[in-house]
Write a protein of this length. Structure first.
Lengths: 291, 291
DNA sequence: AACAATTACGGAATCCGTAAAAATT
DNA sequence: AATTTTTACGGATTCCGTAATTGTT
């Protein structure tokens, strides 16, 4: 077995180039590193270094060993994190999504859901499959089902894009609009909207988008300007109110009719976690606003 | 970092179920295992065991941890082997194949090839891609190119199947035969012929095959019987002799005309090893018998 | 002279085995 | 009574740091 602390020294040596710098980086003394690399060579039964009185370099085998060692250390670290995540998720059920819609609905249903539910604040999850396998999250919502043999998907419902337009704009004079109708306009948009970002950028010709990180600042901007802004059937969402009640300014809310403005929302989870996520999915589907 | 010897104890415990058997399996004493598992728990900051005075069991987290630990240990071991293989293959160039043909040709060219060349005796290599990545072999011959981004393929030539038939059989009365002509016959065949085995089994109707492990015993059987037996343009192969010179019995050698009786032979190697394998491939192609 | 690697020696930390205790089947 | 786990204590191994040596730039 290759000891981890020796692998760590080898990886650091490959980065720094000298035993002295390796020792300084790892907060040990040079003799420790000298002995360590000698031991690693005897453990492997392989020459990892070309030695000259004042210089030491990796052989071809040594360079390979350093790359492989880095992988092993990474795997070891990832495993520790994975075990700790799994243990935590035995007690709390962490939920994330690649787009904000499902999280907003869940937030509004908080009191109907298990108390150990934890909603991730981030909307755009970079590696949804890995975050399930690492047990970083137990339940992940996406707009496309995650395809893997160890993952189960369930369709939750659809999210439909709409636009708040100043009621005196000529485009507002209809019951629905298309992306083409919005050509050339400028919009204020939250940054973390996941795949919606690409959709509006790719489908609205010659548009300008002002991305705003703070949701409150965005509300301010829309309140004191005439910029159009987007909404969906779930955002903002309060199941006790009709959708129009959220329109409190001099804008009209118009659904967007293009096919690209409608998204299917899927729940994804490790098949092994089925029994734990089912109640959450059931209540979410029961309250999903199909408008 | 998770120490390997603790992971080993955890894996063994998951297999044996008690600390006592774990200790016996690993040739240590029980207190060692007790302390080890306690240390692993504190290192991870996670409860791996449910403890009762006389019984100790894995928690759900513990079971996961044991599975993950087994993977880490396997990866560690594989890495050590890989490094040792790489180091060895800096000096010798090991060659293997999934079928015997190319190895036979290489054997006959031995004196024209680098002295550090080592030919594997086995004809059917179970995991050719992995054996390249593990540096178990530097050069692998197959009848289909191995497709991977880190692997390069080169077409060497074709291997064509033929059959030695008793000259008084009615099928021998033609210049070539088809698989259908051989229907119902019985054949003596070496066991390690790789993909040829499936080809003759799938293409010759109602045939019987007697598989023989020892090549010498097979030669004896064919010598003192009238069983038909297979050959190819490379097997047996001596570049200084015409193919007919190998026919020393009362049989005729007939090529098989079916498309399935012709195989393309490919050389596969890690792209990083190109310069090392090129001379071997060059000489092999130069002497490949295109009959 | 300064730097890099190695060796020698003593101390510190860790790990292990023996012995004993506690509790269950 | 036999097993299993845990704790306590002492020994042994391993690992590390300081100091000194060698050789190069």
């Amino acid at each position: 077995m290759l000891d981890n602390y020796l692998l760590q020294e080898l990886v650091t040596f490959a980065q720094t180039g000298t035993l002295a710098k390796t020792a300084a980086t790892l907060n040990v003394t040079q003799p420790t590193v000298t002995r360590g690399m000698q031991k690693l060579e005897t453990d492997l039964g392989v020459q990892l270094f070309d030695r000259q009185p004042n210089r030491i370099r990796l052989t071809a085998t040594g360079k390979l060993a350093a790359r492989e060692a880095a992988k092993l250390l990474q795997a070891n670290h990832d495993t520790a994190i994975r075990i700790q995540n799994f243990d935590r998720n035995q007690r709390v059920l962490k939920v994330a999504a690649t787009l904000p819609g499902p999280m907003i609905v869940l937030q509004s249903l908080k009191d109907q859901l298990p108390a150990n539910l934890q909603l991730a604040p981030v909307a755009s999850l970079p590696e949804p499959v890995e975050s399930l396998r690492n047990h970083a999250y137990t339940l992940v919502f996406t707009n496309h089902p995650l395809t893997a043999t160890d993952i189960t998907n369930q369709l939750i419902g659809t999210e439909n894009l709409a636009i708040h337009l100043n009621k005196f704009m000529y485009q507002a004079n209809q019951s629905t609009v298309t992306f083409a109708d919005l050509a050339g306009l400028s919009f204020v948009v939250p940054v973390d909207i996941g795949p919606w970002r690409a959709i509006i950028q790719d489908n609205i010709p010659d548009a300008k988008f002002f991305y705003q990180k703070e949701r409150e600042a965005l509300a301010e901007i829309t309140k004191f300007s005439d910029f159009p802004y987007f909404a969906t059937n779930v955002s903002p969402f309060d199941p006790t109110l009709p959708l129009e009640a959220t329109v409190n300014d001099n804008r009209r809310l118009l659904p967007i009719s293009d096919a690209a403005a409608h998204m299917s929302i899927y729940a994804n989870y490790l098949t092994a976690a089925t029994s734990r996520v089912t109640p959450v999915i059931t209540t979410l589907r029961a309250s999903w606003p199909e408008t």
